[in-house]
Design a protein. Sequence first.
Length: 248
Amino acid sequence: MAIKTRHVVQMIISACFTAVFFTIAACSSGYYTTNVNGGKTVYRVDEDGAKMLVYETDQNGKTTIHDADDPMAKRQAAAQEVAEQLGAKRAEQLEQLNRTPKRQPSDPIYVSLAPPVLDAQMEKAERSKGAVAEQIRTEFQADPIIRLIEENRSRSGLLKPHVAANADVEVLPKVSLKEAYGIDRKTGKPGKMLAVVFEATITTQIPPATYNVSESGHVLRNLEVSKRFAKQVKQVILEKIGPTIPAH
């Protein structure tokens, strides 16, 4: 009996809450928004529940203002104006970039290759200071198109540039040691192994673009892994970035 009574009380409380909610909604003013087929329509709702059209935005982002005095309409109009200005600026930048002569396939690409960031385990495992950096750098030095350039080390502190001023591409590598699961070649069974992980962020300012690559493998095959990693980085530079770089 107590269980049944408690259930009835819960139903009454729920019904009262619903009634209060709808009473508040009917007596308060606000805005009502509908979204259909990628477009948006905003109405203002008065205290009597009547809806008045404020503005509409179509699926292409174009806004039509129906009540210019409405505060929300004013905010939307201001946002629309800013978006149009930014769009026009981007279009102008793209137009200028398209007019700029592009480098030829045989022209060099100047690359700033930063020293790799090593995690604590990799620092301990490194044979000698700078060995990993030299290992990575060697993979790029023989490339006929990629030209590695040095940072300007004559400046220090806050005045020191992050990359050389005339670099087309910046490569920021990272090397770490991590436990991973792999197949034991002797037993053919899955098991834990220590893997070396090479990662890089590749960026270019003109045109602005960012790419990320990674390669990993057994730590005892780190030389092979570094070669595969360098090959990935070079492919991004030569195939994705190279054709869009302006001519020097």
